[in-house]
Design a protein around this ligand. Structure first.
Ligand SMILES: Nc1ncnc2c1ncn2[C@@H]1O[C@H](COP(=O)(O)OP(=O)(O)O)[C@@H](O)[C@H]1O
Ligand SMILES: N[C@@H](CCC(=O)OP(=O)(O)O)C(=O)O
Length: 367
């Protein structure tokens, strides 16, 4: 038998409704049966379940628009309904569920991130299936993750998961949207995610889903850096989850990368949106990538955005490619004063000496 694993299963609205305007409860039973089978095999299962807005629409029985406030109201109506269904279906197998509604703010702030991680681990330790969704009713655009694909990648990092299954209404990532291009072919395995691949992934082909393949690719990119294997597959039909586990289902598999061992570095991968960018030269890129060095002021050529000491920023090259992200030891004003300077000039330029490391190697992750 396979070693015990932590598996995050993300179920898109498309899977939960089968493309209709109602939750497909018969299929939800089938998905629950498989999750319970995985638990019986010794694995831990976490569900990231979309469907609150769809459940709200089904419940309201009145026409309702698609603006942010409409969706927030529908989610407020539907989330209770959704969790109630999951709870009663898992109860058929004697399994408890625990609801966690998160927003971006819960991962941005390190303290809140650790709290969420502790709750998630406690649920798993008590053999409960965590069921996670975005807290849509209160999440405004500033604090939203925005889509459950990216949310599920953050959850996979929080839970130190082995696998993330992104189940949707297509067999995986195709060379273009199969809804509009009948010649599109399935990409079976992805080893590198680059701009060329990103261009293949379009938005949602329906007005039910959020983000389409583009957000699934973003999610795969984040999760695989944290050492999580990611599979995009079709969530309809029998035994889809079990078949994903034994590689029997057609799908797109993203090979995992070596994860940083340090928990803080994993948080940096999942964590806050950057507040600025520091442009670094070729020498600095090579030192970071090949020697695991810290970033010194002399390798900095420019800084964009307004940031303070301790903020998360991206390190970019001259072509705007993000090389790394991390916590800066200087504000944007200070970086602009010391860029290009040698270590022994810093004290003079800033009138105080706080070292020449703009980003310490312990505070950054390479991308
Ligand atoms: N290259 C692509 N390969 C597969 N699907 C794609 C691609 N580009 C865009 N899509 C669209 O992404 C949709 C799935 O995403 P989405 O509608 O957000 O579903 P979900 O609710 O499962 O998240 C597909 O139905 C398809 O129309
Ligand atoms: N949080 C929303 C779903 C957001 C979302 O990403 O939807 P989907 O693209 O269907 O996974 C809901 O519960 O309706």
């Amino acid at each position: 038998m396979q070693r015990e694993q932590v598996i995050v299963v993300k179920l898109g609205t498309s899977v939960l409704t089968g493309g209709t305007d109602k939750l497909d409860k018969a299929h939800m039973v089938e998905l629950v049966r498989q999750c319970c089978e995985l638990k019986k095999q010794g694995h831990h299962v976490i569900l990231v379940s979309s469907g609150a807005v769809a459940a709200g629409r089904e419940q309201l029985l009145k026409p309702c628009g698609r603006s942010l406030i409409d969706k927030q109201m529908l989610a407020a109506i539907g989330q209770g309904q959704l969790i109630h269904i999951w709870q009663s279906l898992f109860a058929l197998y004697g399994v408890n569920v625990g609801q966690m509604l998160l927003t971006r703010a819960d991962v941005d702030d390190r303290e809140r991130y650790l709290n969420a991680r502790d709750t998630l681990n406690a649920l798993l330790n008590y053999d409960v299936v965590p069921i996670i969704n975005e807290n849509d009713a209160v999440a405004t655009s500033e604090i939203k993750v925005g889509d459950n694909d990216n949310l599920s990648a953050l959850v996979a990092i929080l839970a130190n998961a082995n696998k993330l299954l992104l189940l949707t209404d297509q067999e995986g990532l195709f060379t273009s949207d199969p809804r509009t291009n009948a010649d599109a072919t399935l990409i079976g395995e992805v080893t590198h995610i680059n701009d060329e691949l990103r261009q293949l992934a379009g938005g949602s082909g329906t007005n039910l889903g959020t983000g389409g393949m583009a957000t699934k690719l973003q999610a795969a990119d984040i999760a695989r850096r944290a050492g999580v294997e990611v599979i995009i597959a079709k969530g309809a039909g029998k035994n889809v989850i079990l078949k994903c586990m034994s590689d029997e289902l057609p799908g797109t598999r993203f090979l995992k990368l070596t994860a940083p061992k340090d928990g803080r570095k994993k948080w940096l991968l999942a964590g806050p949106k950057s507040t600025g960018q520091i442009v670094i030269d070729a020498g600095a890129i090579s030192a970071l990538q090949n020697k695991g060095a810290s970033l010194l002021a002399k390798g900095v050529t420019n800084a964009f955005g307004r940031f303070e000491r301790g903020d998360l920023i991206d390190l970019i090259d001259t072509k705007n490619q993000v090389i790394a992200r991390g916590l800066t030891r200087f504000s944007s004003t200070e970086v602009n004063k010391i860029k290009g300077a040698h270590s022994n000039q810093i004290g003079e330029l800033l009138e105080y000496d706080s070292g020449a490391e703009v980003l310490h190697r312990d505070d950054l992750v390479l991308l």
